[in-house]
Design a binder for this molecule. Structure first.
Ligand code: B16
Ligand code: MG
Length: 218
């Protein structure tokens, strides 16, 4: 069939919000006497907000009450939103718009599959919301990547079989989730990190329209 489902992760694929997550997590960690490095931030890519805070507390050997935990999650998000509110279309990663437009012109089904609960406001800020037929984000899932739930919901909403879906992902857990879902996984990033993907590209500038067409024709 030459209608395929193309599911895009958000952070690290469409926009680089990892830098804003870093600033907000660092602020928060430092405020409770925990160090936070870029290397640690890497380990939080694709990881939910709740799991991220659990990891940071574990790195800092810190135990806190449930109420304090909820408060810290809230504070981190408020801080993060201040960065998000300043975003605009200039933050869309190179060639993402070209790829989306090529797929839309070819009548392909397009969804977002992100762990972020802020996915909609981010897409609105960068003016890409209208390009997505369906959006599955952190508000819609009960199981985090590497569980395939987020992508399976996406396929279902698009009404496309999982085998006919293609996932673009920058995180190890996300590629694993796409593989478990029986979808074609495309890693955006380094081959050393995303070697378990079906294809890996540094970024979208390396993904030609011919390659996209070959996925559609498969
Ligand atoms: P939020 P993705 C993920 O988005 C980020 O990579 C991860 O760093 C973040 O903790 C997670 O979203 C939750 O984000 O706090 O906005 O709900 O890569 O799955 O698009
Ligand atoms: Mg990501």
């Amino acid at each position: 069939m030459n209608k395929k489902g193309f599911i895009f992760d958000l952070d690290g694929v469409i926009v680089d919000t990892a830098k804003y997550h870093f600033l907000a997590w660092k602020n928060l960690a430092n405020s409770i006497g925990i160090d936070f490095t870029h290397e640690q931030n890497e380990q939080l890519k694709g990881v939910s907000r709740i799991k991220s805070l659990e990891k940071i507390l574990a790195w800092g050997n810190k135990t806190i009450s449930d109420t304090e935990f909820q408060q810290l999650m809230h504070d981190k998000n408020e801080d993060y939103l201040q960065y998000i509110n300043k975003m605009d279309a200039s933050e869309i990663l190179p060639d993402v718009s070209r790829v989306l437009d090529f797929l839309i012109e070819g009548n392909q089904a397009i969804a977002l599959g992100s762990a972020s609960k802020n996915a909609r406001p981010i897409l609105e800020k960068v003016d890409l919301l209208s390009k997505f037929e369906e959006i599955v984000d952190g508000n819609d899932v009960t199981k985090a990547k590497p569980d395939p739930e987020v992508f399976l919901i996406g396929a279902k909403l698009l009404n496309i079989n999982p085998e006919d879906c293609i996932v673009f992902e920058d995180s190890v857990a996300g590629i694993e989730a796409a593989n478990v879902a029986n979808m074609i996984s495309i890693g955006i990033g380094s081959k050393n990190v995303l070697g378990h993907a079906n294809h890996v590209f540094k970024d979208f500038t390396e993904i030609s329209n011919e390659f996209l067409q070959s996925l559609i024709d498969k």
